[in-house]
Ligand binder design. Structure first.
Ligand SMILES: Cc1cc2nc3c(=O)[nH]c(=O)nc-3n(C[C@H](O)[C@H](O)[C@H](O)COP(=O)(O)OP(=O)(O)OC[C@H]3O[C@@H](n4cnc5c(N)ncnc54)[C@H](O)[C@@H]3O)c2cc1C
Length: 390
């Protein structure tokens, strides 16, 4: 480990790894330290996520970020080698709506169509013909992704990037960043819990749910905090191989995962506060009280299901507008944010890595303009809200 780096990236899971990867892809020849305190990524949002990708967002930039990743999925072997496989299963999302929710569903659909996403809106009866296991009770319509949406293996996806980095002259540092030194409008170094001090030309905050705390180390407020999300695994008697990631109007989602199913989405955001960063205990009361009745109604054949296990992870939750914060701090320009994805960061990470790399190497965005996600809106308290937060 050197004591001085051109770029120090705090957080080495999917976002940090992607930034490092695309820096080299963009021809960056400076020194890079990729710091993470958790060598197994056991508590990272990346590995505790539901590993799904969709085009069904309300904001064009979010659709574009996911489309970039979809493009990467389509040419994975070309990019990472012929044995690359992340088990992408392109079953789509099906987002259901009541009568009341229809105007928003249609407005979102118009935004998705304008971006070329392959989404159809169908009424309840048409959906039941397409998916005979679905109950139309209380449903007016649904938006279904015919292609370009589905799920994959988050561990394999992260490993693709981590493995690719091994030959790209990156220093992997296993430590926790405990302090950031600042001189006026410049960050100058990070201090680690092993007593080391690394001087830094540029610092990228890729600390996931801990990003608010990392930013505070530099004396800069960032409204990103951990919010606990429980995911439950269950077995069902019947198999629905054509099942998309189904989102009920209540917000509960369910999708196949191999021969079993996963479900979640029962948390209420109203009045919710930051999670204890050490609390990874799934909240089983959500399954029994909220999730199971919804699934049994929506997919009647799932009335007799057997929950087998559960896990909990932390959303990297942006309390202002549940959207990413990407780009430099307006004054402290050598601090770059890649944070606050609020439940959709796994699928956006490659595009964000590319965008941040372009900023560092070329001084501006070239592939996807991420200015709308800039920190300025945080300071001005001007939300840029994503309506489809799952
Ligand atoms: C239950 C759940 C389901 C989800 N489902 C999806 C989904 O289906 N699709 C999707 O796109 N997204 C999903 N997400 C969101 C997605 O997982 C995150 O947005 C994404 O993984 C963020 O990646 P990251 O690398 O920024 O953060 P993380 O994966 O959390 O990584 C941050 C890293 O920073 C390190 N770190 C933090 N602080 C420090 C420090 N001070 N010093 C050193 N290292 C530090 C941590 O150890 C960690 O490894 C889900 C999240 C959860 C919790």
């Amino acid at each position: 480990m050197a004591s001085k780096y051109d770029v120090v990236i705090i957080g080495g899971a999917i976002v940090g790894s992607s930034v490092a990867y695309y820096l080299r892809e963009e021809g960056f020849s400076g020194t890079i330290a990729l710091i993470d305190r958790d060598p197994q990524f056991a508590h990272a949002a990346t590995t505790l996520s539901c590993a799904s990708i969709r085009q069904q967002f309300s904001i064009p930039e979010n659709i574009r970020l996911s489309q970039f990743t979809l493009g990467l999925f389509r040419r994975l072997k070309e990019e990472f080698g012929s044995d690359s496989d992340i088990g992408f299963r392109e079953n789509g999302y099906l987002i259901l709506s009541t009568d009341e929710g229809l105007p928003v569903l249609r407005a979102n659909h118009a935004a998705q169509e304008a971006e070329g996403a392959d989404i159809v809106v169908e009424d309840a009866q048409t959906l039941v013909r397409r998916f005979p296991w679905l109950s139309p009770e209380g449903i007016a319509a649904g938006a279904f992704g015919r292609s370009g949406e589905g799920w994959f293996d988050a561990h394999a996806y992260l490993q693709l990037f981590r493995k690719a980095l091994r030959t790209k002259n990156i220093d992997f540092v296993q430590a926790s960043v405990t302090a950031i030194e600042r001189e006026g409008d410049r960050l100058v170094a990070v201090q680690l819990d092993n007593g080391e001090r690394l001087e830094a030309g540029t610092i990228v905050n890729a600390a996931g749910p801990n990003a608010g705390k990392v930013s505070a180390l530099a004396g800069i407020a960032l409204p990103v905090e951990p919010r606990k999300r429980s995911v439950f695994v269950f077995e069902a008697r019947d198999r629905f191989d054509d099942m998309p990631l189904l989102v009920d109007p209540s917000g509960i989602y369910v999708r196949p995962e191999g021969s079993v199913y996963i479900t979640g989405g029962a948390e209420h955001e109203d009045g919710e506060t930051a999670a204890d960063p050490r609390d990874f205990e799934p909240d089983w009361s959500l399954f029994e009280g909220t999730i199971w009745p919804v699934i049994a109604t929506r997919v009647p054949a799932c009335e007799a299901i057997k929950p087998t296990r559960a896990w909990a992870g932390h959303y990297d939750y942006n309390t202002l507008d549940q959207n990413a914060v990407i780009g430099p701090h307006p004054e402290v320009k050598n601090l770059i944010f890649a944070n606050g994805f609020s439940g959709h960061g796994l699928q956006q990470a490659p595009a964000v890595g590319r965008a941040v790399a372009e900023l560092i190497v070329h001084g501006g965005y070239r592939t996807i303009d991420c200015s709308a996600f800039g920190y300025e809106r945080i300071r001005e308290n001007r939300p840029y809200r994503e309506l489809n937060v799952i």
